[in-house]
Design a protein around this ligand. Structure first.
Ligand SMILES: O=C(O)CCC(=O)C(=O)O
Ligand SMILES: [Fe+2]
Length: 251
């Protein structure tokens, strides 16, 4: 079996230090995010802003893959090809995306608590994964993403009771430290994770803001459960406009 696929299936994540992302574009987005967002806000009213501009809080903007520069960055990289290989899928589409802006701060409201996408978005029962694209170099010091290796194969219900605004001490005390993997990559790198893998990000102790784009991907094995809250996704899941193809053909 291909080693990327093996690692992804075994550990629940795959760190890719170079996925042919255009570094000039990444640097441009990192430096110009304020103007990119204000231009896009006018043309695309579906962007959803949370805590935007609040320097003491984690800020999130959803559906940023609808911004031309960001969509092209994703589409012109090897993200789709790698995602298709590790999930054995002929087609990869985007179902959603979120820009995380983590200011330099010790405030606990800037962390992302332990969670997985399966719990956050139970409408997607199976066949989805996330690719995390930092807009600058990331390491433990600036609040990078941390994975709890192999947690996608365990029953995580007990861990997921706490809300998303603390690092969930209960989980921490019960997890062996050696299972925690911090994503340490330079700009141009990225990382894939399984929708059931537990992950979190800590405070950013560096001087500069840390930004990253999380993109939700759908494989050709996507399975939805319409009994769960779909947050409006059921209406757009087959739309090529909202859920564009980045690899292969969707029919
Ligand atoms: O960037 C972060 O801090 C969190 C990202 C995340 O939760 C994800 O990529 O699924
Ligand atoms: Fe997440």
């Amino acid at each position: 079996m291909d080693s990327n696929k093996f690692n992804y299936e075994t550990n629940g994540y795959l760190v890719v230090p170079d996925a042919s992302l255009d570094i000039e574009v990444l640097n441009y987005i990192n430096a110009s995010i304020t103007s990119i967002l204000s231009d896009s806000r006018k043309g695309f009213p579906y962007l959803c802003f949370s805590n935007y501009g609040d320097k003491n809080k984690l800020q999130r903007i959803t559906q940023v893959h609808m911004i031309t520069e960001i969509y092209s960055l994703i589409k012109n990289s090897s993200i789709g090809k790698i995602a298709s290989e590790i999930t054995n899928s002929k087609c990869i589409r985007i179902w959603g995306s979120q820009l995380y802006i983590k200011p330099s701060s010790n405030d606990l409201s800037t962390i992302v608590g332990v969670h997985n996408e399966h719990k956050e978005m139970p409408y997607f029962e199976d066949g989805i994964l996330t690719v995390w694209i930092p807009l600058s170099d990331v390491c433990k010091n600036n609040g990078t993403l941390n994975y709890i290796s192999q947690s996608h194969t365990e029953n995580n219900e007990v861990y997921l009771r706490a809300n998303n605004t603390d690092l969930n001490k209960e989980i921490f005390d019960s997890i062996e430290q050696k299972r925690i993997v911090s994503v340490n990559i330079g700009v141009g790198g990225l990382s894939f994770h399984h929708h059931k893998l537990l992950h979190y990000s800590d405070v950013n102790k560096s001087e500069s803001t840390r930004m990253a784009i999380a993109v939700g991907l759908m494989t050709d094995k996507v399975k939805v459960n319409t009994n769960n809250n779909d947050y409006g996704y059921n209406e757009i899941i087959n739309s090529q406009f909202y859920c564009p193809v980045i690899y292969g053909e969707f029919n």
